[in-house]
Design a protein around this ligand. Structure first.
Ligand code: NAI
Length: 317
């Protein structure tokens, strides 16, 4: 009998992982939301007498992703009560629990080595029949599991959601060299019928389709705004609703995505393409690297191109 996707493990509880878990909760699917346990506590946490040796504390830290979800705008959840469908945890204590799920989606940092290490680790916990996917923005699906005959390679596929997952219709599905046709078909049907997405099948090329174009557009805008002496606000005004695009437009989009993540995503293409003209657009941007160095990486850090601090009520101050 065909296995139905009822339970999911979302690995990585950052900007995208938490919001994907929320979107799954919106359509009635429960998930485990696992991240790495921080290596050390903050000064404030230490003052409270917390210790990372204590499992209660580790659980409390994992729950912070859930608290952030409730405050995020635009809301990732139809109703905050749906957070009960998400069980937070950390990889070290809870990886074995992926044995209970039908689909594991990897949503960790955009770094091929870190992703490879996770898939190697997942191998011990993987159960026959479980689908495994990556939400990468543009790292090669084949490269993530290459040169190792990972047992789940026939069940491995790219499932690229767009930010914010509750609102963005597009879902890119990227089959790998070894992905079984029935898995491709199943994820297309699941994406369209259960998750309400518009699915596009993409080839395993750097940044796939939408990000190859979107990242290019953003980087050219960054390069050309100097020539036209435009400010950040002016660029957002011209590239926003005036062009029929959402309010977030250029720089607000970069703050929403995360400037660290965007820099990595641009690098995906820079490292792989040979065409000089294209390479020069995707070359590391000094401005973006400077912001990353300062830690001004966007909304997740409370500061990016725009300074924005969210209060508990979701109000911006
Ligand atoms: P993020 O930086 O907000 O979150 C990444 C999370 O991964 C962090 O919570 C981090 O602690 C965790 N992590 C790091 N190493 C880990 C490990 N070994 N095991 C488990 N968790 C680990 O990044 P974001 O934005 O959520 O991106 C995640 C993935 O989704 C990336 O591949 C990115 O390219 C992709 N993506 C991002 C979009 C965006 O708008 N930010 C849109 C679509 C895809």
């Amino acid at each position: 009998m065909e296995r139905v996707i009822r339970k999911v493990a979302v690995i990585g509880s950052g900007v995208m992982g938490a919001s994907i878990a929320a979107h799954l909760a919106n359509v009635g699917i429960s998930s485990l939301l696992l991240d790495v346990c921080p290596k050390e506590l903050t000064e404030q946490e230490r003052q409270k007498g917390w210790s990372l040796e204590d499992k209660e504390v580790r659980n409390r830290l994992a729950k912070q992703a859930i608290e952030r979800l409730k405050k995020t705008k635009p809301a990732p959840l139809y109703t905050n009560d749906f957070v009960n469908r998400i069980r937070p945890g950390n990889i070290d204590d809870d990886l074995e629990k992926v044995k209970e799920v039908d689909w594991v989606i990897e949503v960790i940092v955009e770094n091929v080595q870190v992703k490879q290490q996770f898939f190697e680790r997942l191998e011990q916990a993987w159960q026959e029949g479980t689908i495994v996917s990556s939400n990468t923005s543009g790292v090669s699906i084949n490269e993530m599991i290459k040169e190792r005959s990972i047992s789940f390679q026939s069940h491995f596929i790219g499932t690229h959601f767009f930010n914010p997952p509750r609102y963005m219709k597009l879902l890119e599905i990227i089959p790998g060299e070894h992905t079984k046709q029935e898995i491709v078909k199943k994820m297309v049907q699941f994406g369209e019928n259960q998750l309400g997405k518009g699915v596009v099948i993409a080839k395993d090329t750097p940044n796939f389709i939408a990000n190859r174009i979107g990242t290019y557009g953003l980087l050219v805008t960054l390069q050309e705004m100097n020539e036209y002496e435009l400010s950040i606000e002016e660029v957002d005004a011209v590239t926003g609703p005036a062009m029929g695009r959402p309010k977030s437009a250029t720089f607000r989009t970069l703050d929403l995505v995360g400037i660290d993540t965007f820099t990595q995503v641009a690098n995906n293409v820079y490292e792989k393409v040979e065409d000089e003209a294209e390479k020069s657009v995707f070359a590391p941007s000094k401005l973006l690297l400077k912001l990353v160095e300062k830690g001004w990486i966007g909304e997740k850090a409370g500061k990016g191109f725009y300074e924005k601090v969210r209060t508990g009520s979701g109000k911006e101050i």
